[in-house]
Design a protein around this ligand. Structure first.
Ligand code: TPP
Length: 555
């Protein structure tokens, strides 16, 4: 009869039952036995420099591997540091499993080191949380955590593992290990509702399809492409659903970016919404009262949220589209598409021209264009920042699902996500080129993770759009209070490329347009985690900032 520690059981279960090869973690005495278990059972640990980054990397892994990402943090400050990443995953519906240390149960309520009520703190931002008090039940609790993370609408879960559970030995043969099952069980909407949706789609003259992270986390790419090709409906895919059909598809509206979305919503007679919430990012669904709405969502409570739908299909997107594809008619919406493009392309004419023009300092739209040129659209692009996010999002092209991921433009609007998500993407998909596009302010929040990338040999390129300020906020202050009242939003010229060099990576500073592509190529060829610090025009204000300021100053 073999004996095994609780901490070893954790690693063994992760590896052998859930197939987890890699976790993101920051060490601590309370969780040390799990680290030892990972050593024993060959689970790779990417050990980070801040727990926030561990949660963000796990989130990124969940997108690029389409499996739950696992992160492991120690009790107290390790746990509290992870919260920003956890909330970000919650608001993005990303399945991450956060394993946390906690004070020994025998010392609870006595003033133990790092003792705090973590479970209560976390409850409002997870799908499920639990504390395991019994070593023999570790596999059962882990199984429950994974099931909650992926079933129905995905999301983060939290499991506390005290040291007086992890450091106890039990007889392995006496530990029940749950059968994993298939884990994801898909549901289908009411067939009558599908028929009604198909007849609305068939009779519509100006239909529009919009998809979100539900597309990103569903296995529906083929059904979606079949639907779009058959119906001829113009579409735009957002969040991590972007690229499920590449942006280069002739019916994609990404050639006009957010202007195309706003224009199309205001002119459509029918909007088909797949796995996208009507939150503030789409004006709470209020901006297109003229249109009928068909919604497909795995979460029924989302279907009429903020705006009632004409037809709601509650269930899996792929299964729903498969059924719809048998009922929708082949159509050509070429004249509607042309009318749409005629409306939105003039609105972005200035920006299109800006992409081709060389200026000093460099315009951010031009810098994005040069990044495209250097990488030939063949990379995973992670975009983080304020104004920088806008130019990255609208200027880049997604060649595959999630390959343009604007991590700071989600519901949490969380800066500092770029570097951790870039690292998570490269760990999950080592054969891809990964390029992070970062505002200089945002870069600073998780810059130390370059050390993680160097230690683990995770090459990627981070291009800093250095306007020497928290640009989006600075420009908002200029507009609201006047340029003489800018306060706490200027950063000055910082040599971030030298910071990265000092950490063992590759770095270059770029001031001129003709230096961009050669520097990027050297960075890509260096095979190291690299930072190209590009001085950009500090006076440029993006349309996103104009909208943002207007929305916050509205009475
Ligand atoms: C973690 C976090 N802190 C603060 C903010 C508020 N905020 C929104 S945009 C912005 C400025 C971003 O500056 P930078 O990253 O340099 O990008 P830029 O706007 O200059 O392109 C700030 C501070 C936020 N969204 N997230």
């Amino acid at each position: 009869m073999g004996e095994i520690y609780g901490g070893h059981l954790v690693a063994k279960y992760l590896k052998e039952v859930e197939g987890v090869t890699t976790i993101f973690a920051l060490t601590g005495g309370h969780i040390d036995r799990i680290f030892d278990g990972c050593f024993e059972y060959g689970v790779k640990i990417i050990d980070v420099r801040h727990e926030q980054a561990a949660a963000m990397m796990a989130h990124s892994w969940s997108i690029f591997r389409q499996q739950p990402g696992v992160c492991l943090v120690t009790a107290g400050p390790g746990f509290t540091n992870s919260l920003t990443g956890l909330v970000n995953a919650y608001l993005d519906n990303a399945p991450i499993v956060l394993l946390s240390g906690t004070a020994p149960v025998r010392d609870w309520e006595k003033g133990a080191l790092q003792e705090m009520n973590q479970s209560d703190m976390v409850k409002s931002v997870v799908k499920w949380s639990g504390v395991c008090y019994d070593t023999k039940r570790i596999p059962e609790y882990l199984s429950k955590a994974f099931r909650h993370a992926v079933s129905g609408r995905p999301g983060p879960v939290f499991l506390e593992l005290p040291p007086d559970v992890l450091n106890i030995k039990v007889i392995e043969e006496e530990v029940p290990v749950p059968n994993r099952g298939n884990r994801i069980y898909k549901s289908m909407p009411d067939p009558a509702a599908i028929e009604e949706a198909a007849s609305l789609i068939n009779s519509s003259e100006k239909p529009l399809l919009v998809g979100g992270s539900g597309v990103g986390f569903s296995d529906c790419d083929k059904e979606l492409l079949d639907f779009v090709d058959k119906t001829g409906i113009p579409f735009i895919l957002l969040n991590n659903g972007r690229g499920a059909i590449p942006d280069g598809h002739p019916l994609s509206l990404w050639d006009g970016g957010q202007m195309a979305l706003l224009t199309a919503l205001s002119q459509a007679d029918l909007v088909i919404v797949l796995g996208l919430r009507f939150n503030w990012l789409v004006g709470f669904g209020q901006g297109f009262p003229q249109a009928k709405v068909v919604r497909v969502d795995i979460e029924p409570t989302e279907i009429d949220r903020n705006r009632g739908s004409d037809i709601g299909l509650a269930g899996d997107i792929g299964l729903s589209l498969k059924q719809l594809n048998t009922l929708v008619e082949k159509r050509d919406h070429g004249s509607w598409l042309k009318a749409l493009r005629d409306s939105y392309l003039p609105l972005i004419a200035g920006e299109l021209e800006q992409r081709q023009r060389t200026t000093e300092p460099i315009h951010p739209a031009r810098l994005v264009e040069q990044i495209r040129e250097a990488t030939q659209d063949n990379a995973i692009y992670v975009v983080d920042g304020g104004d920088t996010s806008y130019y990255g999002m609208v200027g880049l092209k997604a060649k595959e699902k999630s390959s343009v991921l604007a991590t700071a433009a989600g519901l949490l609007g969380c800066l500092g996500t770029g570097v951790p998500f870039g690292i998570g993407a490269k760990v999950a998909r080592p054969d891809e080129t990964v390029v992070v596009i970062n505002g200089d302010g945002s870069f600073g929040l998780n810059a130390m993770e370059f050390d993680t990338a160097v230690r683990h040999n995770i090459p990627f390129v981070c291009v800093i759009f250095n306007d020497q300020a928290w640009g989006m906020i600075k420009h908002g202050q200029e507009m609201s209070y006047g340029s003489e009242r800018v306060m706490g939003s200027e950063l000055g010229l910082v040599h971030y490329e030298k910071v990265v060099e000092a950490l063992g990576g590759y770095g270059e500073l770029v001031r001129k347009d003709d230096e961009i592509i050669p520097a990027l190529k050297r960075a890509l060829d260096s095979g190291k985690p690299a930072c190209i610090n590009v001085l950009t025009d500090p006076t440029v204000t993006s349309p996103a900032t104009l909208l943002f300021v207007a929305s916050l100053t509205m009475e």
